[in-house]
Ligand binder design. Structure first.
Ligand SMILES: C[S@@+](CC[C@H](N)C(=O)[O-])C[C@H]1O[C@@H](n2cnc3c(N)ncnc32)[C@H](O)[C@@H]1O
Length: 384
């Protein structure tokens, strides 16, 4: 199969780390866009990136692109695409859309028009039509409309790639797996210094870190990808990728703790499902009294936060700041939270990266905790 153009989607702020991952996996023409990265490669690369990428949400394969002037135009032009090349008549399909266009006030309407066009094409040609399954279709079609430019793509991933398949334990506010992996990459953690998540919740950051250093690829856990149901699926290529051995003997320890027993139970269950429970040291502990038995450590965590800061939040973040100052000298700490909450930490960040956690505007900040700041700000305490 000759080289083809693809688009990997991600969260705002992760484009550069995704581009680096793609380059490392052998992609060519890698070009970061807005919440996506464009690249090219062959079919093997398409399967490989779905299997291995940690910071992508979906990998799309463009099918056709055209301009429209009206809703009827969308119907007409969609109908002329040879959909029978992309789905069997007895398969189900769904159309997901992203629309920035005045032509469609109701975005569902665009998907409905496109669906009608596909179904009508099949019915007119074969007297039968494929069915729609919005939840769990065989073929995932992506419709992107920006102004008057429409692009249809096949979504080769299906369920978004953050759904690794290890989330069995519950938590009220887990960080997205793709964002957690992105934070680890943005922080430039070396994989050798011990990693600590002292507010680990369901364990996502620690699990993603353990998978990274343990050589576990997201696809090793995940059950399926949409491209496995495509008419042109080549099982032998996919099996060869699955069989590739990845090395992974971690040189560091990973510590994950949380104040809640229930969260630690969930985190442990998730780590078991991901096959990394042996690589993580779990503990129920309040950060206020936590002692980490490690000389060289690197902290990365997302504390709880509200949309609006209340006095308790401010006190909580003050506690984080003073704890870092007193007990974590010669340590790098990265924290993601809202800018308002982070203000109360009372430490000067050496780096600030704007990001979103869901729809919430956040900042990912680096604090370098040197010997000097401890002496200035409090008595010396020894960690055991
Ligand atoms: C936003 S959640 C972290 C979510 C986590 N990254 C995940 O992926 O599930 C914040 C966590 O901090 C924990 N927490 C709150 N106060 C704490 C404290 N004083 N010490 C340790 N953990 C605390 C909560 O139990 C909660 O699980």
């Amino acid at each position: 199969m000759k080289n083809q153009k693809y688009t990997a989607t991600t969260f705002a702020g992760l484009e550069e780390v995704l581009a680096k991952e793609l380059t490392e996996l052998g992609a060519s023409d890698v070009e970061p866009g807005r919440r996506c990265v464009y690249f090219s490669g062959d079919r093997t690369l398409l399967y490989r990136v779905n299997y291995c990428l940690r910071t992508a949400l979906r990998v799309l394969v463009p099918v056709d692109s055209f301009r429209i002037r009206s809703v009827d135009d969308l119907y007409r032009q969609t109908k002329r695409i040879e959909w029978e090349d992309y789905l069997f008549i007895d398969q189900t399909f769904a159309i997901q859309n992203t629309i920035f266009s005045d032509l469609f006030r109701n975005t569902m309407f665009a998907s409905l028009k496109a669906k009608d066009a596909i179904v009508d094409r099949f019915r007119e040609q074969f007297g039968k039509r494929p069915s729609v399954d919005a939840e769990n279709p065989d073929i995932w079609i992506n419709l992107h409309i920006a102004g008057d430019v429409c692009t249809f793509s096949l979504d080769s991933s299906g369920q978004p790639l953050n759904k690794r398949g290890y989330r069995v334990g519950r938590h009220e506010a887990p960080i997205n797996e793709v964002l957690a992996a992105g934070l680890l990459k943005l922080s430039e953690w070396d994989g050798k210094t011990d990693l600590v998540d002292p507010m680990c919740g369901s364990g996502t950051i620690a699990i993603e870190a353990a998978m990274l250093v343990g050589g576990i690829r997201p696809g090793d856990i995940r059950k399926e990808f949409a491209f496995q149901k495509w008419p042109d699926y080549k099982k032998d290529i996919f099996t060869a990728i699955q069989d590739e051995k990845t090395s992974g003997k971690p040189e560091c320890k990973i510590f994950a703790s949380d104040i809640s027993r229930q969260n630690i139970n969930s985190a442990y269950q998730n780590a078991e499902a991901a096959g990394v429970s042996k690589l993580i040291d779990f503990k129920i502990a309040d950060f206020k009294t936590l002692e980490v038995p490690s000389a060289r450590k690197f902290l990365l965590f997302n504390p709880p936060y509200g949309e609006r800061i209340v006095p308790e939040d401010a006190r909580f973040y003050e506690m984080i700041g003073s704890r870092l100052k007193q007990y974590y000298t010669n340590t790098t700490a990265w924290i993601i939270s809202t800018p308002a909450c982070l203000k109360s930490i009372g430490l000067k960040p050496s780096q600030k990266i704007p990001l979103f956690n869901g729809s919430l505007e956040c900042s990912f900040r680096r604090y370098d905790l040197y010997e000097g700041s401890k002496k200035k700000n409090g008595p010396e305490h020894k960690l055991t």
